[in-house]
Design a protein around this ligand. Structure first.
Ligand SMILES: Cc1cc2nc3c(=O)[nH]c(=O)nc-3n(C[C@H](O)[C@H](O)[C@H](O)COP(=O)(O)OP(=O)(O)OC[C@H]3O[C@@H](n4cnc5c(N)ncnc54)[C@H](O)[C@@H]3O)c2cc1C
Length: 409
């Protein structure tokens, strides 16, 4: 019997496996994919992630220092920083490397095999796949967005999510990341073009629904305006949870990564949090395995620790996301114009080093007098703006944003 079975070899599962094998535990990882790490993803990681989990230099496609933001009214704004705040990486290779290291430390991997059931017994867990039955002292559910395994271990999934759709394209002379804010021509919460390598790039849309259809609309627009040359292959879509599940542990079970909803709610980025929480899961399991106590009470330490690291940031960002969704397009466009005019983005990200702290970026922006003025001005003719204005004051004074406050309106 193994110490731990891990379901899923994305960043969450692979890094949990690596941490556990480093401490000498026996680990089996099961993934339904044949190619490790090959999930739809743009592969942008912030500098904090790069510093903590450095990618090999040969898998870094680029380190962009600029972005062109197109607002709903079609205007383009160029933002740049003097040194890179993020890297665009070969996500498949990056994630696979964690698995290779875990395998070198002795982790067993079963690929192209789907876990069909997880049964938690008093003294162990039974995991069945399409090809075999396995047992272990405990299980880590790292099987990503929408996994059906949570209900089998008595936990509930996150029902609030968005959908991301993405496709590879051929592009010429695009150096900057391009971001399109919601508009009729490029509909969705936001859309992007990220240059990768050899005149290729990734075009994607994140939206609450119909993201695939919205991506097609965007591609038509980009082809017509000669921004892209050719679409390479079919698009792929996958869900992104918007907030964490209620509980990420139970007897002999931990849940890590997208399955747990450990994601940045504003951008949908989840690689860094998955890796971080994989480390935390491994260290708590290490302790619990040594103490021979895998009860929910002992494993609850995992939730305490990951929430201490990223819980507040996720909650605040979730609130801000809900808030931004409510800002009328016209005001969104004005905000970007003001951000450019006052060098807000550059100043906040560069001087305060906040690229990964989305809630703080928005808080800093919203507390700027020029931004508050826009909301005040618009409150005269727009219904929702009074609410916006109130929130600005709160966010500006760094009050904790209560989730329900924003969701219920
Ligand atoms: C379009 C799009 C773009 C994105 N871009 C970025 C980005 O640029 N930067 C960023 O940080 N994040 C991005 N994300 C989010 C990021 O991809 C995820 O947050 C991250 O992959 C989560 O890691 P994970 O290990 O929890 O899950 P996953 O990476 O989804 O891994 C889960 C693994 O479990 C396996 N699995 C599932 N069910 C079973 C089963 N029953 N049995 C066996 N195996 C199973 C799957 O095959 C998969 O390999 C993007 C997401 C989307 C949709």
């Amino acid at each position: 019997m193994d110490d731990v079975i891990i379901v899923g070899a994305g960043p969450a599962g692979a890094n949990t496996a690596l941490g556990l094998t480093k401490s000498g535990h026996s680990v089996t990882v099961i993934d339904s994919r044949t190619l490790l790490g090959d999930k739809v993803c743009t592969g942008i990681i912030g500098s904090e992630c790069v510093d903590k989990y450095p990618p090999a230099p040969n898998i870094i496609f680029g380190e962009p220092t600029s972005a062109i933001v197109t607002t709903a009214n079609g205007k383009e704004y160029y933002f740049s920083t003097s040194y890179p705040q993020a890297s665009v990486i070969d996500r498949t290779e990056y994630v696979a490397e964690f698995s290779r290291q875990a395998q070198n430390n002795g982790a067993k991997y079963f690929l192209d095999e789907r876990v069909t059931s997880v049964n938690v017994m008093e003294s162990h867990v039974k995991v069945s796949t399409t090809q075999r039955n396995l047992t272990a002292r405990c299980v880590v559910v790292a099987s990503g967005f929408g996994t059906s395994l949570l209900s089998q271990v008595g936990l509930s999934k996150s029902y609030e999510y968005m959908v991301g759709s993405q496709v590879e394209v051929e592009i010429q002379n695009i150096q900057s990341v391009r971001v399109y804010l919601d508009s009729l021509k490029t509909p969705g919460f936001f859309s992007w073009i990220t240059p990768t390598t050899n005149n290729k790039g990734l075009v994607g849309v994140i939206s609450d629904n119909k993201s695939k259809h919205k991506l097609e609309e965007l591609l038509k627009h980009l082809a017509l305006t000669d921004v892209i040359d050719k679409v390479c292959g079919p698009s792929r879509s996958w869900g992104i949870p918007l907030k964490p599940i209620n509980q990420t542990y139970s007897d002999r079970v931990l849940v890590v990564g997208d399955a747990a909803g450990q994601i940045k709610p504003i951008t949908g980025g989840g690689i860094f949090y998955s890796l971080l929480c994989g480390d935390i899961a491994a260290s708590v399991l290490n302790e619990c395995l040594r103490n021979k106590d895998l009860s929910a009470a002992a494993l609850s330490e995992y939730e305490v620790l990951w929430k201490k690291e990223i819980g507040k940031e996720i909650l605040s960002s979730y609130g801000i996301r809900k808030f931004v969704e409510r800002i009328p397009r016209k005001i969104q466009s004005q905000l970007v114009r003001v951000a450019k005019a006052h060098s807000l983005i550059e100043d906040i990200i560069m001087n305060k080093g906040m690229f990964d702290l989305h809630s703080q970026i928005f808080s800093a922006m919203f507390s700027h007098p020029a931004v508050s003025w826009i909301f005040r001005k618009n409150s005269m003719d727009s219904q929702g703006s009074k609410f916006v204005q109130d929130k600005i004051v709160e966010i500006g004074t760094n009050k904790q944003i209560e989730e329900n406050e924003l969701v219920s309106r």
